[in-house]
Design a protein around this ligand. Structure first.
Ligand SMILES: [Mn+2]
Length: 162
């Protein structure tokens, strides 16, 4: 299984669209907030693909603040993170993931990519496709889950095709 993860696209439709088209073999596209308009536009162009998102602090309306994706082997906890104070640490995110019995926790908001394994929970921030911080390039994330349940997380630098 392949899950392509992005966050904080902040109206950069072109980058989001390119990443989706570069990863059409994904079983799921996951937007971790701050990009509802471009996500809806890209998703509507791919009705055969599965897209999910959570609400960022710059998103509006009745989107979910958190989502728990229940795969067969384990669950993924998704939260943009602004209400979990991710800029000052991951304790609340990890608590939420553990409380909800999730093996993977995905967040955004900091615009700083990260992959880690903390207290048995795989953690990913895909970075930002629009305004990365820390002198990083624009990035997104890919989570691959093998048939045996092995979890591999990668951060990938976004490069346009043109
Ligand atoms: Mn944000």
């Amino acid at each position: 299984m392949k899950i392509t993860v992005f966050a904080d696209t902040h109206r950069n439709y072109n980058a989001l669209n390119a990443v989706v088209n570069q990863n059409l073999d994904s079983d799921l596209f996951l937007h971790i907030g701050d990009g509802q308009f471009e996500l809806l536009e890209v998703a509507s162009a791919h009705p055969d693909k599965k897209f999910l998102m959570v609400k960022g602090n710059r998103d509006y309306g009745s989107l979910d603040d958190e989502r728990i994706i229940d795969l067969d082997e384990f669950k993924i906890y998704c939260n943009h993170g602004h209400e979990l104070d991710v800029n000052s640490g991951l304790e609340k995110l990890l608590d939420k993931a553990a409380y909800n019995d999730c093996k993977i926790a995905v967040y955004g908001h900091t615009h700083l990519f990260k992959t880690d394994l903390i207290n048995g929970i795989y953690v990913m921030n895909p970075g930002s496709l629009e305004s990365p911080r820390g002198k990083n390039p624009p990035t997104y994330g890919v989570i691959k889950i093998s048939d045996g349940g092995e979890i591999i997380m990668n951060i990938i630098e976004y490069k346009s095709n043109v």
